[in-house]
Structure formats: C-alpha cells, structure tokens
Design a protein around this ligand. Structure first.
Ligand SMILES: NC(=O)c1ccc[n+]([C@@H]2O[C@H](COP(=O)([O-])OP(=O)(O)OC[C@H]3O[C@@H](n4cnc5c(N)ncnc54)[C@H](OP(=O)(O)O)[C@@H]3O)[C@@H](O)[C@H]2O)c1
Length: 382
C-alpha cells in the first residue's frame, strides 16, 4: 500500500542507469510502491531494448537510452545518450546501477549537473573515488549509497560526528564457497559460483562475492564514502546476512543496521533519505530468526581481500587497474573462458605490470583501457 502524501509534497524525479538489471528492476519496484513520493523521468540500460521499452511504457518515460545500438529500435545509444539521461534537467536523483565502471562518466556529469547520486555501482568509487568524492563536495551534491553494507554504515552514522568514529566493520556472507580450501576451488563451475547463499544479484557481483573480491571492492568504496582509512575497515563473515554492517564508535559502542537480505530496503533509503516511508517490504523478525553468527574471513583461501588492501596502500591508479582487471577476469569466468582460481591470479598479474600515476579523469580512463587490454591478453593465454 503506497503511503499517503496529504500535503502533495513534490515527488522526487528519478533517472535510472541500469534499469534492466537486478538493482534497476528493484528500484522500479520501490518507485511503484512509493508512487506518492517518487517518479521516473529517465531510464537507461546496456542492450536490453525490449525490457527498457516495456519499462518506459509502464512508467510513461520519454527519455531512454541504451549503451549498445539496438537496430530498428530507434532508441538513442552510446555514452553521450547515457550521459544525457543522467544530466537531464528534470531529474533530481540519478540511480547509478550499471554493472561496472562504465558508469563513471555519466556519474561525473550528473554530479557536475548538481544531481543527487544514489550509487549502486561500487566500481565507480573503487576506480575513481579520488576524483568522484572531491567533485561531490565541490558541487555540494548528496551521494547516498545503495550497496547494503554502505547503506547500513550510512544509516548508523546519521547524527554521528566524524571524530566519533573508531572503525567500520563490513559484514560478508562468505559467499557460496565459505569453508572451502584452496584445492576445493580448482573445478568450480559457473553454476556453482552463481549459487549465492543469501542474495540474488547480477552475474558479475555474484562472482565477486564468490571470490570475496566484492568485499575488497567494498573496503575501497567505504574508504571513499566515509573518509576512513582502509586499515580501520574490518571484514567479518556473517553467513545469515541480517546485520548489514557495523560502526564502532570512540566510546566503544557498536552500532549496527539489521534487515532481511533484500536490496529494496537500502534502495528505498537511498531514494527517500532523510525520510522513511511505510512500504510493503517484510521487516526482519528477531523472534523467528535463528541465531546470528560471525567468523573471521578466510584470507588465505580467498586472497582477493589482501589484493584489494595492497591496491589501496599503493594508491594512485592501482585501484582503477584492480577494478578493470577484475571486471575482465570475472566476466571471462562467467563466459567459461577461465577457471575460477585464475580470476584473482590475473588481477594480481595485471597490477604487477601497472605503472601507477596520479589519478585524474584522463589517467584513470587510460589505466582502465590499458589494464583491460593486459587482462584480455592474459585471459587469452590461459
Ligand atoms: N544486485 C545487487 O544486489 C547489488 C548489490 C549491491 C551492489 N550492486 C552493484 O550494482 C551494480 C549493478 O549490479 P546488478 O546486480 O544490478 O547488475 P546486473 O543485474 O547485471 O545489471 C546491470 C545493469 O547494467 C546495464 N549495463 C550493462 N552494461 C552497460 C553499459 N555498457 N552501459 C549501460 N548500461 C549497462 C545492464 O543493461 P542490460 O540489461 O541491457 O545489459 C543492466 O541494466 C553493480 O555495480 C553491483 O556491484 C548490486
């Protein structure tokens, strides 16, 4: 049941990049539920012209775009067309939910156009946090995280001063291979890796969850979002995915945000912040849920966390290189072109060959392209 809007408060106008994906379709579900408060004014996707057109019809949206040309569809396409959706005058909020760093240029353009950013595409901050966050501050725009862990931290930090934060604890489900040894991972199939225990997500992030690279990317994302040194960001495996993350304060108190593993809750918060509205999502019930448990992450079997921490330490364009190599390697595994264990091995080798420079938009785009080329040649030689 949509909540009431007795004062007919102006509805927030939302443009969605990646509307046909897991986050995109769940964002539209929230907008359906919250039609008193939210409306869609722009939609963009990669290549799925049919679903994009259906969404545009349902929500009465005229501004749509694809990245890849869908012959005969008449839908504007390419990076410029995506950027137009992200910067259109009507939009108040741009949801960035494309898979990968491809969202960087439209995100930067949306920030420069003064739009609020609701960010799901963590790759944008991993690769370019050092230029994105200053742009957010320079243009005085709001950036609300959609990633559930970062939404949890963002919620815990409402009303908390920066000088009161001791450290962040990112929770992780542990992925489908929790408890396995390195030798068990040799013959993992794509189907096994896509079988995530608690979350239903797009392909690339599901593979990242299986390698634990997702948590490595999230450490980098958290560092930029909350301005916390990576050494003060810990990872804790919590297989039930009910506690979405925690913040330890300087007086020793620990705050946590809890909820069912349902991305529509963080999406809803990111869109409606600082408000909360009644919705149709089932609330987590502590009386019926079994015990919540915790264990340390197995960093010797899953070396992605170590690789990500080293990339942050090296800084410069290295995190961008890590992201590009990981996107290529994870997608190559998804297509059955490399074994599971090669994913992080390739990422490591691409980073080893990278010459880091100071991050600017140009150097980051160049790093992204070069790192993909190196990763592709390593993938081809497997
Ligand atoms: N799913 C989750 O629960 C979750 C949770 C936290 C964070 N995230 C983050 O959210 C982002 C999206 O994840 P997802 O799971 O929603 O992925 P997904 O289901 O694979 O959807 C990806 C979306 O991006 C679009 N896209 C792909 N390539 C594109 C391109 N070159 N230009 C424009 N659009 C493009 C796709 O369009 P087509 O359908 O046309 O290909 C689709 O709409 C990722 O960065 C992920 O890490 C996801």
């Amino acid at each position: 049941m949509p909540t009431e809007n007795p004062g007919q408060e102006r509805r927030k106008k939302v443009a969605i990049l990646g509307s046909t994906g897991s986050i995109g379709t769940q964002t539209l579900d929230i907008i359906r539920q919250q039609s008193e408060w939210l409306e869609v004014v722009g939609l963009a996707a990669g290549k799925n012209a049919q679903l994009l057109s259906e969404q545009a019809r349902e929500f009465g949206v005229k501004s749509i775009a694809l990245f890849t040309n869908a012959t005969g569809s008449g839908i504007p396409y390419g990076m410029e067309a995506l950027t137009k959706i992200a910067t259109q005058t009507e939009a108040d909020i741009v949801v960035v939910a494309v898979a990968g760093v491809i969202g960087l240029l439209p995100t930067m353009a949306a920030i420069e156009a003064g739009k609020q950013i609701a960010l799901a595409s963590k790759e944008v901050l991993v690769a370019a946090g050092e230029i994105v966050m200053p742009a957010v501050r320079r243009h005085g725009v709001k950036l609300t995280p959609i990633d559930s862990e970062h939404s949890a931290i963002f919620q815990c930090l409402q009303g908390v001063g920066q000088d009161q934060i001791d450290s962040l604890i990112l929770t992780a489900s542990g992925g489908p291979f929790r408890g396995r040894r390195k030798s068990d991972l040799e013959n993992i199939s794509v189907e096994d890796a896509l079988n995530h225990p608690t979350w239903r997500m797009g392909g690339k992030i599901t593979i990242d969850s299986a390698t634990l690279m997702n948590k490595g990317l999230e450490i980098i994302e958290a560092k930029w979002l909350f301005d916390i040194p990576a050494d003060s960001i810990q990872v804790l495996v919590h297989p039930q995915s009910i506690i979405h993350s925690m913040v330890r304060l300087t007086d020793g108190s620990v705050l946590a945000q809890l909820g069912n593993p349902d991305m529509r809750l963080p999406i809803s918060y990111a869109l409606l912040h600082p408000e909360r509205k009644v919705n149709q999502l089932p609330s987590w019930n502590p009386f019926t849920t079994p015990n919540l448990s915790f264990e340390p992450a197995d960093e010797s079997t899953f070396d992605a966390l170590k690789i990500a921490r080293e990339a942050i330490k090296l800084g410069g364009t290295v995190p961008c290189c890590l992201n590009a190599a990981n996107e290529e390697a994870a997608n190559a595994f998804l297509k059955g072109r490399i074994p599971f264990t090669k994913i992080t091995e390739i990422v490591k080798r691409v980073i080893d060959q990278h010459q880091s420079t100071a991050p600017t938009l140009e150097s980051l785009l160049e790093t992204d392209a070069n790192s993909r080329a190196v990763a592709t040649s390593l993938i081809e030689s497997v």
